[in-house]
Design a protein around this ligand. Structure first.
Ligand SMILES: [Zn+2]
Length: 66
């Protein structure tokens, strides 16, 4: 698996900082965050991540990445 594939897997609803909680599904969306790396999430975790992850902008900035 390449780094690119790794980067494109879902980081889970909390952003994965310090916790290995990747859900492992392919990421479909990228959520912009304040002074943090954008959070890549699968469709299932898009909603929860907007409410639970640290630094999510409001209104949310969401990009479709694939
Ligand atoms: Zn996920």
């Amino acid at each position: 698996m390449t780094d690119r594939d790794r980067a494109a897997s879902c980081r889970g609803p909390y952003g994965g900082e310090g916790v290995p909680e990747d859900c492992g599904d392919p990421a479909r969306f990228e959520v912009a965050r304040h002074r943090r790396t954008p959070l890549r999430v699968c469709p299932v975790h898009l909603g929860p991540s907007l409410l639970l992850a640290d630094g999510v902008l409001w209104p949310p900035g969401i990009s479709l990445i694939r």
